[in-house]
Ligand binder design. Sequence first.
Ligand code: HEM
Length: 482
Amino acid sequence: MVGLLSSLCLSLWSGLIALGFVSLYFLFVKHDPNTKDNKSLPHGSMGWPLLGETLAFLRPHKSTTMGSFLQQHCSRYGRVFKSHLFGSPTIVSCDHELSMFILQNEEKLFQCSYPKPILGILGEQCLLVVVGDVHKKLRSFALSFTNICKSRAEYLNSIDKLATSMMESWEGRNEVIMFCKEANKITFNLMVKQILSLEPEDPRTSILLKDFLTFMKGLVSLPLYVPGTSYAKAVKARARISSTVRAIMEERRKGGVGLVKGDFLDVLLSSRDINDKEKVGIVLDLLLAGYETTSTLLAMTVYFLGHAQKALKQLKEEHHGIRKEKQKGEPLNWEDYKKMEFTQNVINEALRCGNIVKFVHRKAIKDVNFKGYFIPSGWKVLPVFTAVNLNPSLHENASEFNPWRWASQETGKNVVPFGGGVRLCPGAELGKLEAAFFLHHLVLNYKWRTKGEDYPVAYPYVEFKRGLPLEIEPIETKLEEL
Ligand code: HEM
């Protein structure tokens, strides 16, 4: 979801250019910020005509930092400031309390508000953009998906199986692996297996992955529907993904509806509360939201551990302890996950330092006064999670990767990797579980080192600059021998 969330802003920016003079009219005539109660508006700058400060806001920076735009604006105007971004007058919140207030008041004072051009790609029914009762209804399916996964041994076994088979494929490759690509494959394969029962070797899996990559690329492109552009290709890729999913649905129906495969499609097909279009939409939402974010999380943990030998040592000890209590080759289960206390700290710290989702898009649907700030109805509001996660007054040595800080319960209260309120990420636990199981196999079987320098960049969607090339080396004592 992260890539998606963040890429939306790029698309909006592109949309802004496309809107041209129309925006100019709105900027100067309709949305003149001075027409509002300017006295109590937060300080800030509305930037250039038409562009506002969008370009500077989107300037790529290490995702382990706030970036120079936010840093400079916070020191000049304070942690809440006004700006003009993505074609709208905007309040940017780097303040923890205000950001939480925004998320907790979704649908009451604020509402999710993603850029219009993106709807052409995502579809009007996408969970990310729908509001009110439709959101509630569709979200309940996302929640049931994650609950079903967590309670099924088969899902846990799949993570184990995919992780070990990926590592087997590294054997004899005493070379460099492009870790982000590998992570993408494993998390995508896991999602299509759980949702549609597709195996990695099924040709439809690679067709879907290829279409998804085209789809994602379109999200960060200029939204012009001209044949050959990334945007047009993405719209077509979405249509192809939908028809692949539809074909799988039809095929399944022929076999009779019910618990045929035991996957999430069975659950969807058995429901009478939503139509076929919505069913296809939910499958797309889950695939989109669930694989890229988790894949970035895997890369993030591997990256930070590569620079934190003490944490890696403690992590290995924890996993050796868990493995010793199991039979040879026995897969991990939920109880094992619960024992992975230090692993959870490592993952949480990677989420805090790596900032997979930098911010989310909201708008005020009423005039709001909070802590002396006035937010006019209709203005865009951006809660910036990175600013909370890296705030030095909330976290000691905030830029340092320190999993031990999670021993204090306070830390968790001041970190926002998964949003909050009625849109809190329903896949948070699943993503962490996948990362934990993956790490189990990795730390027991391999040593790794980043080849050359690489780091995560917030474009603002987060990606490793070079795809995280790793030099890997098998550890003498193999997991199976323990
Ligand atoms: C592990 C890394 C992940 C991160 C950092 C992450 C982050 C987020 C964030 C910040 C949001 C809130 C968006 C907003 O408020 O506008 C969100 C929403 C969502 N996420 Fe995740 N996510 C992750 C994994 C997953 C997984 C594994 C799934 C599915 C299996 C998932 C499914 C969703 C869905 C369906 C939504 C929309 C919820 C709604 O609007 O009600 N996410 N995610």
